[in-house]
Structure formats: C-alpha cells, structure tokens
Ligand binder design. Structure first.
Ligand code: MG
Ligand code: ZN
Length: 188
C-alpha cells in the first residue's frame, strides 16, 4: 500500500472562482506545479477529491468536470507534476436531475471518495494526508483516517477564523506549498 496526498481542487490547487464553469477561469496557483512535483518525488500518490455539486444543481455538465481535469493534466504535462486520479461527487440532494439526486456517501465531509480511492489504488490512509481549504476537507480526511491540513487559500482564510467544535487540523498553513513542506517534514 502506498501513501497518498488527497487534494481538494477549488481553492487548494486552483484558484477559487465561485463556480468554475469556463476553462478560461481555470488558474493554477503559482506554486501548484512545484508542490505537486515534490509530492510525487517523495513517493506519494496524488489524488484529487472534489465536490462538484454544480453538476447536480444543473450549473455545469458532468462532461465539463472531465474537461477541466483534462485541462489541468495538459498544463502539468512535461513538468514532472502529475495527478494520478480525480474523484468528484456530482450529487445534490435536491437535484432536478434524477441521477444526481441522492444523499450520497461521497460528498465531503463524508469519506466515501477517499475510501474508494484507497480501495481502487491500494493506498494506506494512515500514512496519507488530506489537504483542503475548508473544514469539510479536514473532516473528510479525519473520517477516512488520514492526517488533515487546512490551507488558507480559497475559503481557508475565513475558515481558519471560525474553527469547528471538536474538529482539529494537524496543521493550518498558508498554501499548498507550505502544506507540502509540513508533509515532507512530518510524514516522509
Ligand atoms: Mg475547496
Ligand atoms: Zn456524491
């Protein structure tokens, strides 16, 4: 079993822009490529874990989510950085579209996507870390048995100001690059 870094997408590896509904809104943070390369070099699998309820809400098509991930891959080509797999939750409990209308087990803070990744990719949650800009990312990691780091990019600044009762991050850091620094110091 390999260790992994599970990464939230919006506000963590790409800039938070409300709903990402056009490719020209997709902006990697300036440190994202370097951070992902360091993760890979240290032997961690790199897995994106993202809630995309905009699909269930009818704001974007599921195909478009795939397109965004294809575009991220394209921008990482030849850099030594790589995302091994993307997991996304398209569900929304009140969706007008039947196939997306469910109280699912994958929507963060539920740990379903991390658990599925661990099964499918033979990953060890106990040696892994979830990184995200919201407490629900931290809660998702906790529930799946990973370490959990909150980054202050995206919504993370506000989130850090309003901690949730009984929920603790292993580290609260400024951005993904600092998260990777913490991970390499503590886990590698
Ligand atoms: Mg986020
Ligand atoms: Zn779901």
């Amino acid at each position: 079993m390999r260790p992994a870094i599970f990464l939230d997408r919006d506000g963590t590896i790409v800039e938070e822009c409300g709903y990402l509904d056009r490719l020209d809104k997709l902006t990697l943070f300036p440190w994202t490529v370097d951070a992902l390369r360091l993760i890979r070099r240290a032997g961690f699998a790199t897995v994106v874990i993202t809630n995309q309820a905009a699909v269930g809400r009818g704001i974007i098509e599921e195909d478009f989510v795939q397109k965004v991930h294809g575009e991220i891959d394209r921008r990482l080509e030849g850099t030594g950085a790589r995302i091994d797999r993307y997991y996304y939750c398209p569900h929304f409990a009140e969706s007008k579209i039947e196939r997306y209308r469910q109280e699912c087990l994958c929507r963060k803070p539920a740990p379903g996507m991390i658990q599925q990744a661990c099964r499918e990719m033979d990953l060890d949650p106990a040696r892994s870390v979830m990184v995200g800009d919201r407490w629900l990312d931290v809660a998702c990691g906790r529930a799946a048995g990973t370490q959990a780091v909150l980054v202050k990019t995206g919504h993370g600044g506000e989130e850090a100001e309003s901690p949730e009762d009984g929920l603790r991050a292993d580290a609260v850091v400024n951005n993904l690059m600092e998260a990777v620094g913490w991970i390499l110091r503590t886990m590698a």
